[in-house]
Design a protein around this ligand. Structure first.
Ligand code: TRP
Length: 412
Protein backbone atom coordinates (compact mmCIF):
# COMPACT_ATOMS: atom_id res chain seq x y z
CA UNK A 1 0.00 0.00 0.00
CA UNK A 2 1.24 3.48 -0.74
CA UNK A 3 2.45 5.07 2.45
CA UNK A 4 0.46 8.25 2.08
CA UNK A 5 -2.74 6.23 1.84
CA UNK A 6 -1.78 3.86 4.63
CA UNK A 7 -1.22 6.74 7.02
CA UNK A 8 -4.01 8.90 5.70
CA UNK A 9 -1.64 11.74 4.93
CA UNK A 10 -3.70 13.22 2.10
CA UNK A 11 -3.61 16.53 3.91
CA UNK A 12 0.17 16.70 3.90
CA UNK A 13 0.85 15.69 0.35
CA UNK A 14 -1.34 18.53 -0.89
CA UNK A 15 0.56 21.12 1.06
CA UNK A 16 4.04 20.65 -0.34
CA UNK A 17 5.52 24.09 0.17
CA UNK A 18 8.39 23.70 -2.25
CA UNK A 19 6.18 23.21 -5.29
CA UNK A 20 5.80 26.38 -7.30
CA UNK A 21 2.79 26.46 -9.56
CA UNK A 22 3.84 29.53 -11.47
CA UNK A 23 6.94 31.65 -11.77
CA UNK A 24 5.56 34.46 -9.67
CA UNK A 25 4.78 32.25 -6.68
CA UNK A 26 6.37 33.28 -3.35
CA UNK A 27 8.69 30.68 -1.86
CA UNK A 28 8.11 29.92 1.83
CA UNK A 29 9.66 26.97 3.65
CA UNK A 30 11.86 26.60 6.74
CA UNK A 31 15.04 27.31 4.76
CA UNK A 32 14.04 29.78 2.14
CA UNK A 33 11.70 32.73 1.93
CA UNK A 34 11.58 34.86 -1.19
CA UNK A 35 9.23 36.99 -3.24
CA UNK A 36 9.42 39.20 -6.29
CA UNK A 37 6.89 41.71 -4.99
CA UNK A 38 7.98 45.02 -3.42
CA UNK A 39 5.15 44.79 -0.92
CA UNK A 40 6.45 41.40 0.25
CA UNK A 41 4.90 37.94 0.50
CA UNK A 42 1.23 37.63 -0.46
CA UNK A 43 -0.09 36.35 2.88
CA UNK A 44 -3.65 35.86 1.70
CA UNK A 45 -2.43 33.43 -0.95
CA UNK A 46 -0.18 31.72 1.57
CA UNK A 47 -3.12 31.03 3.89
CA UNK A 48 -4.93 29.37 0.97
CA UNK A 49 -1.89 27.36 -0.06
CA UNK A 50 -1.10 26.18 3.46
CA UNK A 51 -4.74 25.59 4.35
CA UNK A 52 -4.56 27.62 7.56
CA UNK A 53 -7.10 30.24 8.70
CA UNK A 54 -6.95 34.03 8.69
CA UNK A 55 -6.70 35.90 11.97
CA UNK A 56 -9.84 37.96 11.38
CA UNK A 57 -11.74 40.62 13.31
CA UNK A 58 -13.91 37.97 14.91
CA UNK A 59 -10.95 36.04 16.32
CA UNK A 60 -9.36 39.24 17.64
CA UNK A 61 -12.65 40.17 19.31
CA UNK A 62 -12.78 36.72 20.92
CA UNK A 63 -9.23 37.12 22.21
CA UNK A 64 -10.35 40.34 23.89
CA UNK A 65 -13.55 38.89 25.26
CA UNK A 66 -11.94 35.77 26.66
CA UNK A 67 -8.91 37.49 28.22
CA UNK A 68 -10.59 40.77 29.17
CA UNK A 69 -7.52 42.53 27.74
CA UNK A 70 -6.97 44.67 24.66
CA UNK A 71 -5.43 42.52 21.89
CA UNK A 72 -1.69 43.00 21.39
CA UNK A 73 -0.78 45.43 18.59
CA UNK A 74 1.01 42.61 16.71
CA UNK A 75 -2.33 40.83 16.61
CA UNK A 76 -4.45 43.91 15.82
CA UNK A 77 -2.11 44.95 12.98
CA UNK A 78 -2.05 41.56 11.33
CA UNK A 79 1.58 40.68 12.06
CA UNK A 80 0.25 37.43 13.53
CA UNK A 81 -2.00 36.87 10.55
CA UNK A 82 -2.79 33.16 10.33
CA UNK A 83 -3.70 30.32 12.69
CA UNK A 84 -4.78 26.74 13.11
CA UNK A 85 -7.35 25.85 15.78
CA UNK A 86 -7.05 29.09 17.75
CA UNK A 87 -10.78 28.89 18.49
CA UNK A 88 -10.31 25.46 20.06
CA UNK A 89 -7.68 26.88 22.42
CA UNK A 90 -9.90 29.85 23.34
CA UNK A 91 -12.90 27.55 23.97
CA UNK A 92 -10.73 25.38 26.14
CA UNK A 93 -9.44 28.37 28.10
CA UNK A 94 -12.97 29.73 28.50
CA UNK A 95 -13.95 26.46 30.15
CA UNK A 96 -11.16 27.00 32.68
CA UNK A 97 -8.98 24.21 31.25
CA UNK A 98 -5.21 24.54 30.91
CA UNK A 99 -3.02 24.76 27.81
CA UNK A 100 0.67 25.48 27.31
CA UNK A 101 2.80 27.51 24.93
CA UNK A 102 5.70 26.19 22.88
CA UNK A 103 8.11 28.18 20.72
CA UNK A 104 11.75 27.93 19.73
CA UNK A 105 14.84 29.32 18.12
CA UNK A 106 17.52 27.87 15.89
CA UNK A 107 20.73 29.42 17.27
CA UNK A 108 22.71 30.05 14.11
CA UNK A 109 24.45 33.27 15.01
CA UNK A 110 25.80 35.15 17.97
CA UNK A 111 23.63 38.18 17.64
CA UNK A 112 19.94 38.14 17.05
CA UNK A 113 18.25 40.99 15.23
CA UNK A 114 15.08 42.91 16.08
CA UNK A 115 13.02 40.67 13.78
CA UNK A 116 13.86 37.66 15.95
CA UNK A 117 12.31 39.43 18.94
CA UNK A 118 8.83 39.72 17.41
CA UNK A 119 7.77 36.17 18.11
CA UNK A 120 9.19 36.27 21.65
CA UNK A 121 7.56 39.63 22.47
CA UNK A 122 4.22 38.18 21.41
CA UNK A 123 4.80 34.89 23.24
CA UNK A 124 5.55 36.80 26.42
CA UNK A 125 2.28 38.68 26.05
CA UNK A 126 0.43 35.38 25.58
CA UNK A 127 2.09 33.96 28.68
CA UNK A 128 1.08 37.03 30.69
CA UNK A 129 -2.54 37.23 29.60
CA UNK A 130 -3.28 33.50 29.77
CA UNK A 131 -0.98 32.65 32.68
CA UNK A 132 0.25 29.38 31.19
CA UNK A 133 3.46 27.31 31.11
CA UNK A 134 5.88 27.96 28.26
CA UNK A 135 8.60 25.71 26.81
CA UNK A 136 11.27 27.15 24.52
CA UNK A 137 13.32 24.79 22.37
CA UNK A 138 16.81 25.84 21.31
CA UNK A 139 17.57 23.67 18.28
CA UNK A 140 21.37 23.63 18.44
CA UNK A 141 21.24 20.13 16.89
CA UNK A 142 19.33 21.53 13.89
CA UNK A 143 21.82 24.30 13.28
CA UNK A 144 24.78 21.93 13.45
CA UNK A 145 23.08 19.67 10.88
CA UNK A 146 22.16 22.48 8.50
CA UNK A 147 25.01 24.96 8.85
CA UNK A 148 28.73 24.70 8.72
CA UNK A 149 29.21 24.83 12.50
CA UNK A 150 30.33 22.27 15.06
CA UNK A 151 28.10 20.82 17.75
CA UNK A 152 30.10 22.69 20.38
CA UNK A 153 29.68 26.02 18.63
CA UNK A 154 25.95 25.48 18.05
CA UNK A 155 25.53 24.59 21.71
CA UNK A 156 27.41 27.71 22.82
CA UNK A 157 25.22 29.87 20.56
CA UNK A 158 22.09 28.28 22.09
CA UNK A 159 23.02 29.74 25.47
CA UNK A 160 24.07 33.10 24.02
CA UNK A 161 20.68 33.36 22.30
CA UNK A 162 18.90 32.12 25.43
CA UNK A 163 20.18 35.28 27.18
CA UNK A 164 18.45 37.44 24.58
CA UNK A 165 15.28 35.41 24.95
CA UNK A 166 15.32 35.64 28.75
CA UNK A 167 15.85 39.40 28.40
CA UNK A 168 12.40 39.61 26.77
CA UNK A 169 11.03 39.25 30.30
CA UNK A 170 9.74 35.69 30.58
CA UNK A 171 8.64 34.56 34.03
CA UNK A 172 11.10 31.99 35.33
CA UNK A 173 8.43 30.29 37.42
CA UNK A 174 6.47 29.59 34.24
CA UNK A 175 9.15 29.04 31.60
CA UNK A 176 11.42 26.14 30.70
CA UNK A 177 14.15 26.77 28.12
CA UNK A 178 16.17 23.85 26.78
CA UNK A 179 19.00 23.07 24.39
CA UNK A 180 18.21 19.90 22.43
CA UNK A 181 21.82 18.75 22.80
CA UNK A 182 21.77 19.04 26.58
CA UNK A 183 18.20 18.14 27.44
CA UNK A 184 17.04 15.27 25.24
CA UNK A 185 19.54 12.76 26.62
CA UNK A 186 18.26 13.48 30.13
CA UNK A 187 14.61 12.94 29.41
CA UNK A 188 13.46 9.44 28.37
CA UNK A 189 9.88 10.61 27.83
CA UNK A 190 10.99 13.19 25.27
CA UNK A 191 12.99 10.58 23.36
CA UNK A 192 10.12 8.13 23.50
CA UNK A 193 7.80 10.69 21.91
CA UNK A 194 10.42 11.34 19.22
CA UNK A 195 10.52 7.65 18.34
CA UNK A 196 6.72 7.41 18.38
CA UNK A 197 6.63 10.30 15.88
CA UNK A 198 9.44 8.77 13.78
CA UNK A 199 7.41 5.58 13.53
CA UNK A 200 4.48 7.46 11.98
CA UNK A 201 6.30 9.31 9.19
CA UNK A 202 8.00 7.76 6.16
CA UNK A 203 10.91 9.09 4.10
CA UNK A 204 8.48 9.68 1.27
CA UNK A 205 6.39 11.92 3.46
CA UNK A 206 9.25 14.06 4.76
CA UNK A 207 10.50 14.36 1.18
CA UNK A 208 7.08 15.71 0.25
CA UNK A 209 6.83 18.06 3.21
CA UNK A 210 10.39 19.34 3.47
CA UNK A 211 11.92 18.57 0.07
CA UNK A 212 14.69 16.33 1.45
CA UNK A 213 16.67 14.43 -1.16
CA UNK A 214 18.97 11.43 -1.45
CA UNK A 215 22.08 13.38 -0.57
CA UNK A 216 20.74 15.00 2.60
CA UNK A 217 22.36 13.65 5.76
CA UNK A 218 20.15 11.32 7.79
CA UNK A 219 20.18 13.71 10.76
CA UNK A 220 18.10 16.16 8.75
CA UNK A 221 15.62 13.48 7.79
CA UNK A 222 14.80 12.62 11.40
CA UNK A 223 15.07 16.17 12.75
CA UNK A 224 11.36 17.01 12.23
CA UNK A 225 10.53 14.50 14.99
CA UNK A 226 12.71 16.56 17.37
CA UNK A 227 10.94 19.82 16.57
CA UNK A 228 7.57 18.04 16.82
CA UNK A 229 8.09 16.40 20.23
CA UNK A 230 7.75 19.55 22.42
CA UNK A 231 4.20 20.00 21.03
CA UNK A 232 3.18 17.17 23.36
CA UNK A 233 2.98 17.79 27.10
CA UNK A 234 3.95 14.16 27.76
CA UNK A 235 7.49 15.07 26.59
CA UNK A 236 7.89 17.12 29.81
CA UNK A 237 6.75 14.89 32.71
CA UNK A 238 8.42 17.14 35.31
CA UNK A 239 6.04 19.96 34.29
CA UNK A 240 2.88 18.11 33.29
CA UNK A 241 3.11 14.73 34.99
CA UNK A 242 1.18 12.46 32.64
CA UNK A 243 -1.47 15.05 31.71
CA UNK A 244 -2.25 15.45 28.00
CA UNK A 245 -2.39 19.23 27.85
CA UNK A 246 -3.15 21.02 24.55
CA UNK A 247 -0.41 23.19 23.08
CA UNK A 248 -0.37 26.56 21.29
CA UNK A 249 2.66 27.36 19.13
CA UNK A 250 3.43 30.96 18.13
CA UNK A 251 5.89 30.73 15.21
CA UNK A 252 6.93 32.16 11.87
CA UNK A 253 4.76 30.86 9.01
CA UNK A 254 7.90 29.24 7.56
CA UNK A 255 7.84 26.73 10.46
CA UNK A 256 4.35 25.52 9.58
CA UNK A 257 5.53 22.40 7.66
CA UNK A 258 6.93 20.94 10.90
CA UNK A 259 3.65 21.36 12.65
CA UNK A 260 1.47 20.16 9.79
CA UNK A 261 3.40 16.94 10.20
CA UNK A 262 2.95 17.06 13.98
CA UNK A 263 -0.79 17.69 13.71
CA UNK A 264 -1.08 14.81 11.32
CA UNK A 265 0.55 12.27 13.64
CA UNK A 266 -1.03 13.53 16.90
CA UNK A 267 -4.34 11.62 16.67
CA UNK A 268 -2.49 8.40 15.90
CA UNK A 269 -0.55 8.84 19.15
CA UNK A 270 -3.74 9.63 21.05
CA UNK A 271 -2.46 13.17 21.73
CA UNK A 272 -4.03 16.58 21.05
CA UNK A 273 -3.03 18.38 17.84
CA UNK A 274 -1.05 21.54 18.60
CA UNK A 275 -2.77 24.82 17.69
CA UNK A 276 -0.71 27.46 15.88
CA UNK A 277 -0.58 31.20 15.48
CA UNK A 278 1.64 32.35 12.61
CA UNK A 279 3.72 35.46 12.26
CA UNK A 280 4.54 37.20 8.97
CA UNK A 281 8.14 37.95 8.03
CA UNK A 282 10.13 40.84 9.27
CA UNK A 283 11.50 42.71 6.23
CA UNK A 284 15.16 43.51 5.61
CA UNK A 285 16.16 47.18 5.78
CA UNK A 286 16.75 47.12 2.02
CA UNK A 287 13.13 46.21 1.26
CA UNK A 288 10.56 43.44 1.47
CA UNK A 289 12.03 41.46 -1.46
CA UNK A 290 15.48 41.16 0.02
CA UNK A 291 16.52 38.69 2.65
CA UNK A 292 17.83 39.55 6.05
CA UNK A 293 21.07 37.84 6.59
CA UNK A 294 22.87 37.27 9.85
CA UNK A 295 26.17 37.51 7.98
CA UNK A 296 25.40 40.94 6.54
CA UNK A 297 25.16 43.32 9.48
CA UNK A 298 23.60 45.99 7.28
CA UNK A 299 20.41 44.12 6.45
CA UNK A 300 18.88 44.60 9.88
CA UNK A 301 19.21 46.16 13.32
CA UNK A 302 20.98 43.78 15.68
CA UNK A 303 20.46 43.53 19.41
CA UNK A 304 24.17 44.31 19.84
CA UNK A 305 24.13 47.49 17.71
CA UNK A 306 25.24 50.76 19.28
CA UNK A 307 22.97 53.80 19.32
CA UNK A 308 25.05 55.32 16.54
CA UNK A 309 24.92 52.20 14.38
CA UNK A 310 21.13 52.15 14.67
CA UNK A 311 20.92 55.73 13.48
CA UNK A 312 23.38 55.29 10.64
CA UNK A 313 21.92 52.04 9.35
CA UNK A 314 18.39 53.38 9.23
CA UNK A 315 19.41 56.62 7.60
CA UNK A 316 21.62 54.89 5.08
CA UNK A 317 19.86 51.60 4.29
CA UNK A 318 16.16 51.68 5.22
CA UNK A 319 14.38 51.48 1.88
CA UNK A 320 12.30 54.60 1.40
CA UNK A 321 8.86 54.95 -0.13
CA UNK A 322 9.43 58.69 -0.36
CA UNK A 323 10.11 60.81 -3.44
CA UNK A 324 13.50 61.82 -4.84
CA UNK A 325 13.27 65.50 -3.88
CA UNK A 326 11.49 67.42 -1.13
CA UNK A 327 9.39 69.25 -3.73
CA UNK A 328 8.23 66.02 -5.32
CA UNK A 329 7.60 64.47 -1.93
CA UNK A 330 5.42 67.38 -0.84
CA UNK A 331 3.52 67.12 -4.12
CA UNK A 332 3.16 63.34 -4.50
CA UNK A 333 3.56 62.01 -0.96
CA UNK A 334 5.26 58.80 0.21
CA UNK A 335 4.26 55.16 -0.18
CA UNK A 336 3.89 53.43 3.20
CA UNK A 337 3.33 50.04 1.57
CA UNK A 338 6.95 49.78 0.48
CA UNK A 339 8.60 52.10 3.02
CA UNK A 340 10.65 49.99 5.42
CA UNK A 341 10.84 52.59 8.20
CA UNK A 342 7.06 52.74 8.23
CA UNK A 343 6.85 48.94 8.18
CA UNK A 344 9.20 48.73 11.17
CA UNK A 345 7.03 51.27 13.04
CA UNK A 346 4.03 48.96 12.64
CA UNK A 347 6.02 46.33 14.57
CA UNK A 348 7.44 48.57 17.29
CA UNK A 349 5.35 51.72 17.72
CA UNK A 350 2.58 50.71 20.11
CA UNK A 351 0.53 53.92 19.97
CA UNK A 352 -2.19 53.35 17.33
CA UNK A 353 -3.13 57.00 16.98
CA UNK A 354 0.42 58.14 16.49
CA UNK A 355 1.02 55.44 13.90
CA UNK A 356 -2.11 56.46 11.99
CA UNK A 357 -1.07 60.13 12.08
CA UNK A 358 2.34 59.20 10.67
CA UNK A 359 0.72 57.14 7.92
CA UNK A 360 -1.56 60.03 6.92
CA UNK A 361 1.18 62.64 7.04
CA UNK A 362 3.70 60.55 5.14
CA UNK A 363 1.16 59.58 2.48
CA UNK A 364 0.16 63.22 1.96
CA UNK A 365 3.76 64.39 1.78
CA UNK A 366 3.56 66.52 4.90
CA UNK A 367 6.03 64.22 6.69
CA UNK A 368 9.42 63.81 5.03
CA UNK A 369 11.45 60.58 4.90
CA UNK A 370 14.08 62.00 7.25
CA UNK A 371 11.39 62.84 9.81
CA UNK A 372 9.84 59.38 9.54
CA UNK A 373 13.26 57.78 9.97
CA UNK A 374 13.94 59.94 13.00
CA UNK A 375 10.83 58.56 14.67
CA UNK A 376 11.93 54.97 14.06
CA UNK A 377 15.51 55.64 15.16
CA UNK A 378 14.28 56.96 18.52
CA UNK A 379 12.04 53.95 19.12
CA UNK A 380 14.66 51.37 18.19
CA UNK A 381 17.40 53.12 20.15
CA UNK A 382 15.32 52.97 23.29
CA UNK A 383 14.17 49.38 22.65
CA UNK A 384 17.74 48.17 22.11
CA UNK A 385 19.12 50.13 25.08
CA UNK A 386 16.53 48.53 27.37
CA UNK A 387 17.22 45.12 25.88
CA UNK A 388 20.97 45.46 26.40
CA UNK A 389 20.49 46.48 30.03
CA UNK A 390 18.23 43.50 30.69
CA UNK A 391 20.54 41.10 28.89
CA UNK A 392 23.51 42.26 30.96
CA UNK A 393 21.58 41.13 34.04
CA UNK A 394 21.16 37.57 32.74
CA UNK A 395 23.87 35.76 34.69
CA UNK A 396 24.92 32.11 34.45
CA UNK A 397 22.73 31.45 37.51
CA UNK A 398 19.69 32.93 35.81
CA UNK A 399 20.29 30.77 32.72
CA UNK A 400 20.69 27.75 34.96
CA UNK A 401 17.31 28.44 36.58
CA UNK A 402 15.47 28.68 33.27
CA UNK A 403 17.16 25.61 31.78
CA UNK A 404 16.84 23.23 34.73
CA UNK A 405 14.11 20.60 34.15
CA UNK A 406 11.73 21.29 37.03
CA UNK A 407 8.14 21.65 38.06
CA UNK A 408 6.82 25.09 37.15
CA UNK A 409 4.30 27.17 39.07
CA UNK A 410 1.41 24.98 37.86
CA UNK A 411 -0.08 21.81 39.22
CA UNK A 412 -0.81 18.95 36.87
N1 TRP B 1 13.41 25.60 13.61
C1 TRP B 1 13.30 26.87 14.29
C2 TRP B 1 14.36 27.84 13.76
O1 TRP B 1 15.20 27.49 12.95
C3 TRP B 1 13.45 26.73 15.78
C4 TRP B 1 12.24 26.14 16.46
C5 TRP B 1 12.18 24.94 17.12
C6 TRP B 1 10.93 26.73 16.56
N2 TRP B 1 10.97 24.74 17.63
C7 TRP B 1 10.16 25.80 17.32
C8 TRP B 1 10.37 27.92 16.13
C9 TRP B 1 8.81 26.07 17.62
C10 TRP B 1 9.02 28.19 16.42
C11 TRP B 1 8.25 27.25 17.17
O2 TRP B 1 14.39 28.98 14.14
Amino acid sequence: MANGVEHGLSDLSLSNTTVKDDVEEDVVNPWNVSTKSATGIDYGKLIKRFGSSKVDEELIARFEKVTGKRAHHLLRRGVFFSHRDMHTILNHYEQGKPFFLYTGRGPSSESMHVGHLISFIFTKWLQDVFNVPLVIQMTDDEKCLWKDITLEEANRLAYENAKDIIACGFDKEKTFIFSDLDFIGQCPEFYRNMVRIQKCVTFNQVKGIFGFGDSDVIGKISFPSIQAAPSFSTSFPFIFNKAKVPCLIPCGIDQDPYFRMTRDVAPRLGLPKPALIHCSFFPALQGAQTKMSASDQNTSIFLTDTQKQIKNKINKYAFSGGQATVEEHRRLGGNCDVDISYQYLTFFLEDDEKLEQIRKDYTSGELLTGELKKELIGILQSLIATHQERRAKVTEDVIKEFTTPRKLKFNF
